[in-house]
Design a protein around this ligand. Structure first.
Ligand SMILES: [Zn+2]
Length: 147
């Protein structure tokens, strides 16, 4: 799943569960649930990072998610907590990127169990159907965020 829906759902989860002991683990769990839903995400940048379009797509996706959350929550006194929920919700992908990079540059195979698990739960669709699912998650999230 793209980062924007992960971030929006994470922010909604912590907005719903204001106790961080409950909200933050649920925001983390939301990541894996969204990855199980069939989707298109264009893939993650892979070392040696020669595919500039994937890097650009990922950067714009993260920026879009952050900007949407910023504008939707700019008057919310718990904005920092909502951003924390969004960050926790994309942490599994951020961790994967860090692990894959370290493994590539150090020529190691650290945390391969996690990488295998994260890859195995993905349910990918082709571009148009996958983008319709991803877009639906974003639209529902925007509706829930604006309430
Ligand atoms: Zn993921």
């Amino acid at each position: 799943m793209l980062s924007t829906p992960h971030m929006l759902v994470g922010a909604i989860v912590v907005k719903t569960f204001s106790n961080p002991v409950i909200g933050l683990p649920l925001a983390l769990l939301s990541h894996f649930i969204l990855d199980i839903i069939p989707h298109w995400d264009g893939g993650a940048p892979q070392p040696p990072y020669r595919e500039k379009s994937t890097i650009l797509k990922t950067g714009l996706d993260l920026l879009l998610g952050a900007l949407v959350i910023y504008f939707l929550t700019r008057h919310n006194q718990n904005q920092a907590y909502l951003f924390l929920g969004a960050t926790v919700a994309i942490f599994p992908d951020l961790a994967q990127g860090l692990i894959v990079s370290l493994n590539y540059f150090l020529k190691k195979n650290y945390l391969s169990g996690y990488l295998d698990f994260h890859a195995r739960i993905q349910r990918r669709l082709t571009f148009i159907p996958g983008l319709l699912v991803t877009g639906s998650v974003i639209i529902i999230s925007l509706f829930l965020m604006s309430r």
